[in-house]
Design a protein. Sequence first.
Length: 251
Amino acid sequence: MSTSASSLSAARTRGIPDATVARLPIYHRMLKSLSDAGITTVSSDELARNCGVTPAKLRKDLSHLGSYGTRGVGYDVAFLSYHISRELGLSTPWGVVIVGLGNLGNALVAYRGFASRGFEVVGIVDTHPDVVGTSIRVGDQSLRVSPLADLEAVVSDRRAAIGVIATPGEVAQDVCDRLVASGIRSILNFAPVVLVVPDEVEVRKVDLAVELQILAFHEQRRGEEPPVIAHANPPAAYQHSPQGYEEALHA
């Protein structure tokens, strides 16, 4: 999951490179795993190896935050985890509103890693009549799926700070505009489009197809040929239709 715009902006103010900010959540996740395993100290070599970076890069990244290691001992796991969490703005939960409850939206709502990493789903929005008004279990609470017409009220009343777009690409820009108009300044976009936003809005894009295409490129470079795929009939599933969003957006 991505850092919020406020965390990125604060980091830039202090001169922390974007590449370093992007690696901080990886360090934080690994430190939490170590803490859960009862490990109290970790060397830079071990932490770097577990995070998939070089020790030199790890030490340089952490130097932007301050000096938290002890020569010959390493890092105090809890202490370093706290400071990275504070740097990422995770000391208090960030409210998240998810727009789009298709297959991907449902998977995001069901994901249990949000709460442990400083995020709370506070709103779910969709346009499908079979979905709107139903209650969805999110962690220890149930949330009612709101219609798109209530998006601004959901953002305001529930103090959402981050918007997640999991709609069809055809309507993603309109949904984005509504989120921005509601005061959202941090957006995670799963729709296969490039969103146009004001300078003060931070957008992180997740395109699974692009990532797969990059992997296919590397497979091809290794001289691999794709195996013959055995096709199966997929089960029927609720699919998003852009028509419902377009009608709601222009109602």
